[in-house]
Design a protein around this ligand. Structure first.
Ligand code: ADP
Ligand code: MN
Length: 173
């Protein structure tokens, strides 16, 4: 029997993944999984990267930890990379994007050191995450969405929730 859909929300840090995923989960009745939070809480890492000020993900551990939830379906997963998840997990892959100056301000406000702000804005300019998503999943399930304003945020949430509803209807759920 078909399972409920899983949605991946990816994008450069600061593009709005957590905000969007929380609202999509509430609107569509899906379970929100913030991979970064799971990594911290369940220690799914192999240490701390001083240079990038971030945990070094143990990708195998992360996939093992998420497998049960994801194979049942009905999850909104958010993470700033997407190439190590099994392709079969996801029915929709959303790549959030933000304007460079908007993103710069958000990351500065978050207290990131300038080098980390710069690195992330550069990553956004190069569209690293969009390319990664397109390399990792079927092109037709990857959709880029702009997330600069609250209006865009609301529009994106409504659109993703509608997609989930359509998916369930089409799969007789
Ligand atoms: P991420 O999880 O991708 O790092 P967040 O969801 O934490 O991003 O968002 C970063 C900051 O930007 C937060 O303060 C959030 O409220 C704000 N934000 C996110 N998306 C939007 C948007 N579309 N319009 C305005 N502010 C936004
Ligand atoms: Mn986040």
């Amino acid at each position: 029997m078909a399972r409920p859909p899983n949605i991946l929300i990816t994008g450069t840090p600061g593009t709005g993944k957590t905000t969007t995923a929380e609202q999509v989960a509430a609107a569509a009745g899906l379970k929100h999984i913030n991979v970064g939070e799971w990594v911290k809480a369940k220690e799914l890492h192999c240490g701390w990267d001083e240079q990038h000020q971030a945990f070094i993900l143990d990708e195998d551990k992360v996939v093992d930890a998420l497998e049960d939830a994801l194979s049942g379906g009905g999850c909104v997963v958010e993470h700033h990379s997407c190439d190590f998840f099994p392709e079969r997990w996801f029915d929709l892959v959303v790549v959030l994007q933000a304007d460079n100056t908007v993103l710069w301000e958000r990351l500065e406000k978050r207290g990131y050191p300038t080098a980390k702000v710069q690195e992330n804005v550069q990553c956004e300019i190069m569209m690293v995450l969009l390319e990664e998503a397109r390399d990792s999943y079927r092109e037709e399930i990857v959709i880029p969405l702009q997330s600069d304003t609250v209006e865009q945020l609301e529009g994106n949430v409504a659109r993703i929730a509608r997609w989930a509803e359509d998916y369930r209807r089409q799969h007789g759920q």
